[in-house]
Each structure stands twice: as structure tokens, then as C-alpha cells.
Design a protein around this ligand. Structure first.
Ligand SMILES: *Cc1c(COP(=O)(O)O)cnc(C)c1O
Length: 391
């Protein structure tokens, strides 16, 4: 199948080489080394009933198809489908379900995912159970004969709870349930869920894959023939495709994914250790700290511990003083870009989660989340030091 075609790398090509080259080859008409932005709505056909494999821009676009092949190879999957946003990607995954089906979801899932499931898809007679997927015995208890999908995020945002992907996959497969992993927070450098048995991986490419805070997009990577066939059909049928320019930006982003992630990992660990030793910080949530309850699992399942960390200052007032006091850290939602972002989960990223649910999950008003960028770590520490002085 054309979709599954991956540029002629040797079968044992390593991760950085795959990131740079997979899915791309020099432009056949000019030799341009970079895949051009094919900014076109349609394609002229040679004669009636004869074309070059490209009919219409929603259905096929060479720039989009290159980024789809590239990220499919990066995740170790068989085919990729790029969408206009991460939420559109999750919406496409949901079309694998039918009325009456049941889904088990990580309780501390991304706020927008909860909103889509709870406010939109329940209208289509789909049902969702939210459980702490770090406790697989609870997951198993939540399965019903109608369960068709286990939708997992690991680490979760903002509390950095992990799910054992290998165990989750084997549990799901024993029940003929698909394991879907939202791998946005970790990035495929840090963790490749398909290696542990996941059937489908999705990303908000807005985050680490594009990595430069200048594009919104999503991608679904599939492994099963039936899923690949359906997702390809639905991408065209619903039409929420990633445009050519954004596809090009993401393709540019993945070339430096390994280099960026090495720095995100290093800065994330250094900042987590710094905060853990600061007297005004009550608790740090970061899977790379030996105090994290799932540190051993993190070492098994992740390569480095990522660039996301959360800490508790004890009160809304303390969090407000810090957030208003930082200078280099940018107060903003989103994550995974080269510049460091700082945010207040309770009133920003998780505002769409009802207050009682936030309380049950442990998303308190004193929590602050950092998406650590690739700046010099000493500048980040200095900025936090001066801002913590105001708390
Ligand atoms: C941002 C994000 C999404 C949604 O992606 P968009 O590109 O904003 O639509 C989904 N899951 C996670 C974990 C995210 O961080």
C-alpha cells in the first residue's frame, strides 16, 4: 500500500536517522532535498481515468503524506494519518467505535479529551469510564462486555502518573480491546508505545513533534490492517486534514526531535532536582526523581524522563505570586516547545474539568506546571529563584 511506503532506509536504521529521513526522498522533479510545500487543491490528470496517484487535496497531498510516513516510522507503526489538531486526531480514533461501545480512559486525561468524550461523544451512545490506569487491577474491574478501547495517557498531565504500557497492552488484548496511547507528553524519543504492544498511538503534533510553538496539528499512527483502512477512509470522509504548510513545519520539527529531547530531558531532570531541594516547594511531580512512586517503571519504559514537571506551592496565592514573578518562563498554555512555558493547571489547562473532579484527581490550586524548554539551565534556575523569593 502506498501509505505504508517508507523511504529506503536500511531495516536497522537508528532513531535519529529515521527522524531525519524516513518518509522523504529528494523531490523527483528538481532534486530538492526538502519535501516541498505542495500548496495545491487539485491535480491535473493525464487522460480520462489516468492520474499520478493524486486526485484532490483533501484525499492526497505529498507534503502531508511525507509527514505521515515519517512519524509512522518514528513510532514504529505501519501508517500515519495527520489531522488539523490533536483533538481532530482523537475524534477520528473515536470513529472506530459504534453506538453502545464502552471505553476505559485514564482519569487524569487531557482536559480537551475529557470534554470531547463527556460532552460530545456521549450523545452518540458511547460510554466512558475514567479510572486511574496506573492501577491495572482497577482497569480490569472496569471492563465490561461492551468495552472496545482502553485509552491511556502516560505520564498524565499535570500529576505525572505512569501506566505500565506492556501490562496494559496484554490486559487489553486478553479482552480483545484496543490499546490507544496518547503519547503527546512523552514524545516518541522518550517512549514508543507500539514497542510495548499498543495498537494505536496519537499525538498532538502541536507539542514536541513540531516543537517550535508555531503550528497546531495531530497525528494517528496505526498498526492493524482494519484500523489503517478505516482511518484512511475517515480522514478523507470527515476531511479534518493537516494542511500542506503545517505538514511541512512538522516535518522540519521531527528532524531535530532527538536533539531537542536530549536537552528537554536534561533540563527537566535538573529543574526537578532544583525545585525538590527548594524550601518553598512542598512537592515535585517528575518521573525521574527517585521519590516518584513509579520511578522504576519510568526507567524501564522511558528514555529519559521528559520535559514536563509539576510542583506544589501549597496555595493559590503562592502560585499566583510565582506565576506573576517569572521573567524568562512564559506564562502560557501548551507544552513541548523549545521555549519554557509555565502555567497554572487549575485555572488554565484544566479549567474545563469540573472543580469536584479536579479535587478528586489532586489538581489543587497550588500546583504549577512547567514545560521545560531548551534554554541554558542556569538561566531557568535563576529566574525561578528570583520568582520564588516573592512567594
Ligand atoms: C494538546 C494535547 C491534546 C490536544 O491537541 P491539540 O493539538 O491542542 O488539539 C491532546 N492530548 C494531549 C496530551 C495534549 O497535550
Amino acid at each position: 500500500m502506498y501509505r505504508c511506503w517508507i523511504v529506503k532506509l536500511t531495516p536497522n536504521a537508528r532513531f535519529s536517522t529515521i527522524c531525519l529521513h524516513a518518509g522523504q526522498e529528494p523531490d523527483p522533479s528538481t532534486g530538492a532535498i526538502i519535501t516541498p510545500i505542495y500548496q495545491t487543491a487539485t491535480y491535473v490528470q493525464d487522460e480520462l481515468g489516468k492520474h499520478k496517484g493524486f486526485e484532490y487535496g483533501r484525499t492526497q497531498n505529498p507534503t502531508r503524506m511525507a509527514v505521515e510516513r515519517n512519524i509512522a516510522a518514528i513510532e514504529g507503526g505501519r501508517a500515519g494519518f495527520a489531522f488539523a489538531s490533536g483533538m481532530a486526531a482523537i475524534g477520528a480514533i473515536a470513529t472506530l467505535l459504534k453506538a453502545g461501545d464502552h471505553v476505559v480512559v485514564s482519569d487524569n486525561t487531557y482536559g480537551g479529551t475529557f470534554r470531547l468524550f463527556d460532552k460530545v461523544l456521549t450523545r452518540c451512545q458511547l460510554s466512558f469510564s475514567y479510572v486511574d490506569t496506573s492501577r491495572l487491577e482497577d482497569v480490569e474491574r472496569t471492563f465490561t462486555p461492551s468495552t472496545r478501547m482502553l485509552f491511556v495517557e502516560t505520564p498524565t498531565n499535570p500529576l505525572m502518573r505512569l501506566t505500565d504500557l506492556r501490562e496494559a497492552a496484554s490486559l487489553a488484548h486478553r479482552r480483545h480491546v484496543r490499546l490507544v496511547v496518547d503519547n503527546t507528553l512523552a514524545s516518541p524519543y522518550v517512549q514508543r508505545p507500539i514497542d510495548f504492544g499498543a495498537d494505536i498511538v496519537m499525538h498532538s503534533t502541536t507539542k514536541y513533534l513540531n516543537g517550535h510553538s508555531d503550528s497546531v496539528g495531530g497525528i494517528v499512527i496505526a498498526t492493524r490492517d482494519d484500523d489503517i483502512e478505516w482511518l484512511q477512509f475517515v480522514q478523507n470522509a470527515e476531511g479534518a486534514i493537516l494542511g500542506p504548510f503545517d505538514s511541512w513545519l512538522v516535518l522540519r520539527g521531527t528532524k531535530t526531535l532527538p536533539l531537542r529531547m536530549i536537552q528537554h530531558n536534561a533540563n527537566g531532570l535538573a529543574l526537578a532536582e532544583f525545585l525538590a531541594g527548594h524550601p518553598k516547594v512542598r512537592r515535585v511531580y517528575y518521573p525521574g526523581l527517585p521519590l516518584h512512586p513509579q520511578y522504576e517503571l519510568a526507567k524501564r519504559q522511558m528514555r529519559g524522563f521528559g520535559g514536563m514537571l509539576t510542583f506544589d506551592l501549597g496555595s493559590f496565592d503562592a502560585a499566583r505570586r510565582l506565576l506573576n514573578g517569572v521573567r524568562l518562563h512564559a506564562l502560557a498554555e501548551s507544552l513541548g516547545g523549545v521555549e519554557t512555558l509555565i502555567s497554572h493547571p487549575a485555572t488554565m489547562t484544566h479549567a474545563s474539568v469540573p472543580a469536584d473532579r479536579r479535587a478528586a484527581l489532586g489538581i489543587t490550586d497550588g500546583l504549577v506546571r512547567i514545560s521545560v524548554g531548551i534554554e541554558d539551565i542556569e538561566d531557568l534556575k535563576e529566574d525561578l529563584t528570583q520568582a520564588l523569593d516573592k512567594v
